[in-house]
Design a protein around this ligand. Structure first.
Ligand code: 8YV
Length: 304
């Protein structure tokens, strides 16, 4: 039996799952937990330890997404449970959204939209905006998505620097050894790192202050990476210029203070939510599950 933690979009993916596998929705599991051998889940909800512990015969977790911070990997490892994610197929979509957020924030797109809609344009003008061209982009987390954001940003004439656990071969000059060093040299900082204990609260007051009053913080990764109390304080006090956020510590009900801030752009965790990306993610979930049920190697196993 395959336990489906949440429907996967587009709905044709969920329909194919139901047609090809013995699917049970989480809400309807009842006393059948012992029959579950595989779980299909999403990056943002994963499979926490207590849920995993309730599935004694689980052998495989298929994630629709690249995040595994919500999966109890320690338990999975101990129990020999395989995990597959969907790397590669959402890279472009997430990088595009990071650029959309950067542009929306620096070019005052959301403020401008509100001005036109409200009719206030007749008696009020927007402040001048800034350009991305010529500014320095600092990418925190230089994996597939971070690198694609770097490529796109070059098209706007931005200079790119990055921080990760180690410098990328051939790109040593652009490397900064810590988030603070990155923020000190960047005008815009985009977070594209994996969530989890290794990055929890990494972007704190020190990093935010290093980015500074004209700096912009963009997050398309995980809310857990940012200390939100520090971020809100800095945005209120003008210690940080602005933020453009697709992810939050509390989803889908982020801290109410965000909505009251004028210098933020907020989206509801939609970086990978294009039809193309989601179809490809769903296809990879299905193909990984098919490989598992056929006793074949998973296509995109997580190495943990
Ligand atoms: C998706 C994600 O929004 O890849 C991830 O880890 O968080 C996103 O791509 C999510 O998996 C779908 O809910």
């Amino acid at each position: 039996m395959l336990l489906l933690r949440a429907p996967l979009l587009p709905l044709e993916i969920t329909a194919e799952l139901r047609q090809r596998f013995d699917v049970r929705d989480e809400a309807d599991l009842g006393p059948d937990a012992e029959k579950v051998v595989a779980v299909a889940t999403k990056g943002d909800i994963g499979l926490p330890g207590d849920k995993m512990a309730g599935l004694p015969n689980l052998k495989m977790i298929a994630v629709y997404g690249v995040g595994f911070d919500q999966i109890d990997l320690e338990q999975a490892k101990t129990r020999g449970i395989a995990v597959a994610t969907t790397p590669g197929v959402l890279t472009d979509a997430v990088a595009e959204h990071a650029v959309a957020l950067m542009l929306a924030a620096v070019r005052r797109v959301v403020e401008g939209d509100a001005l036109v809609r409200s009719g206030a344009w007749a008696h009020k003008k927007l402040d001048l905006s800034s350009s991305l061209g010529g500014r320095v982009l600092g990418i925190l987390g230089y994996g597939r998505i971070g690198r694609r954001i770097a490529e796109y940003a070059c098209g706007f004439g931005m200079r790119v620097i990055y921080s990760d656990l180690a410098p990328a071969p051939g790109e040593e000059e652009a490397y900064r050894a810590s988030p603070v060093a990155l923020a000190e040299d960047a005008d815009v900082m985009v977070i594209a790192a994996a969530g989890g204990p290794g990055t929890d609260g990494l972007v704190n007051a020190q990093v935010i202050h290093a980015l500074g009053p004209s700096g912009l913080l963009v997050n398309v990764a995980r809310g857990s990476i940012v200390d939100e109390a520090d971020l809100i304080k800095a945005l209120k006090e003008g210690a940080l210029g602005g933020a453009a956020l697709d992810v939050f510590q509390d989803e889908p009900t982020p801290r109410a203070e965000f909505a009251a801030l004028p210098n933020v752009v907020l989206t509801p965790h939609i970086s990978s939510a294009t039809v193309d990306a989601r179809l490809a993610m769903g296809r990879l979930v299905i193909d990984n599950l098919a490989a598992f049920y056929n006793g074949q190697p998973l296509l995109t196993p997580l190495d943990f």
